[in-house]
Design a protein around this ligand. Structure first.
Ligand SMILES: *Cc1c(COP(=O)(O)O)cnc(C)c1O
Length: 367
């Protein structure tokens, strides 16, 4: 028998969340952001559910090839653009749209031989200071691009640093609008947090939701997934493979940092940091056993964790343990809560599920 751990991707949740993005984004077209192998879910597994999107946005050229190989003929956008000149050949061949965020990328385009001009998204650094032309040089970059025979339509984009937090997006919008007011072209600004929290504040032809599609709240703990009516798209589950009876003073796991202050029954679950479950989760991190919420005790090992069975007198070997997502009894545990226990965000946990974890696709009800 294989080790009982399994990650399940819920197609119905993906469809629901995409629909949620579409409603929040009103008239804008929706890029389904599927970078990092669809936030760890697997591009091939999410593809059918996201067919209703207007395009796929990602940044790895090999992932773009995979989306084309699945039969997608619509738009694909490279969010970081090309990395070297020959990437442009792939863009020509596969009809990829690409971000242009620096002069070197314009130089590459100017030297590129192509029959078919490329659709590009010119990126402004409106305050995040990661990628993009500064506002003062944006119009000049546009003019230079626009003069190239290799370039077709130019869209304008920027990315928000604080759409999920108290700073908000007003200042970046102002910078962006001022520097683009005389430029034609479609606009793309909003990530998940901006789509959910700041809808209506941006003129947007294209929105770029990622995390919300996978059912994690972009602004946890200010709001949780239920608040935004998002459904968890991934369940990470395993089973108990042992139980132990602790007496007062007994310890659990490496470092003995959990000490029983009363007699305690614990279960040992087949999951650990070797599966991508964060080692920073410590005593108190929520887990579901047979659909009942309980807590981790002691340190996370590579292959095992211990859970408190106090609320579950009938649990034993083979009991279902859900690390995040939905139990077979329907109870839910938000990945955001688990991430917060580990001092991180849902994004990181989703992307970090280890290659040794098998995946299944739960197709849900047919549409
Ligand atoms: C990752 C990414 C997004 C999606 O961000 P979420 O917070 O996951 O919605 C949007 N735009 C760009 C440029 C990105 O890199």
């Amino acid at each position: 028998m294989p080790r009982p751990i399994l990650a399940t991707v819920h197609a119905e949740a993906l469809r629901h969340n995409l629909d949620r993005a579409r409603r929040a984004a009103q008239d804008a077209r929706v890029w389904a952001v599927v970078k990092a192998n669809a936030y760890g879910h697997g591009i091939e597994r999410v593809f059918e559910s996201f067919r209703a999107a207007d395009g796929f946005a990602l940044l790895d050229l090999a992932e773009a090839e995979r989306v084309r190989a699945l039969g997608w003929r619509g738009p694909i956008l490279l969010l970081e653009g090309v990395f070297e000149p020959r990437d442009l050949e792939l863009c020509s061949r596969l009809g990829l749209w690409h971000t242009v965020h620096c002069d070197a990328q314009i130089d590459m385009l100017a030297a590129h031989k192509t029959q078919v001009p490329h659709r590009v998204f010119l990126k402004m650094n409106s305050g995040m200071n990661r990628l993009g032309f500064p506002p003062a040089r944006f119009a000049a970059a546009w003019t230079r691009l626009n003069a190239l025979p290799q370039v077709d339509e130019i869209s304008l984009m920027t990315h928000f640093s604080d759409a999920d937090g108290p700073r908000g997006i007003a200042q970046q919008i102002e910078v962006f609008e001022r520097a683009t007011q005389d430029l034609p072209g479609e606009r793309s600004l909003a990530n998940s947090a901006a789509v959910l929290r700041h809808a209506g504040q941006t003129r947007a032809d294209w929105v770029r939701p990622g995390i919300l599609l996978y059912g994690s709240a972009p602004d946890f703990p200010a709001h949780d997934a239920a608040h935004w009516q998002l459904q968890p798209a991934m369940t990470l589950a395993t089973r108990l493979i042992a139980t132990q009876e602790l007496a007062v003073g007994d310890t659990v796991g490496y470092g003995s940092n959990f000490v029983a202050d009363r007699p305690l029954r614990i279960g040992i679950a087949a999951v650990g940091y070797g599966d991508g479950y964060p080692r920073h989760c410590n005593t108190g991190t929520p887990v579901l056993v047979d659909g009942v919420r309980t807590r981790l005790v002691g340190r996370v090992s590579m292959d095992m964790v211990a859970v408190d069975l106090t609320p579950l007198p009938s649990a034993g070997i083979d009991s279902e343990v859900v690390l995040w997502g939905r139990s077979s009894k329907g109870a839910e545990l938000s990945i955001d809560e688990v991430a917060a226990s580990a001092g991180t965000i849902g994004y990181e946990l989703l992307c970090a599920v280890a290659p040794r974890v098998p995946f299944a696709l739960d197709e849900g009800r047919a549409q």
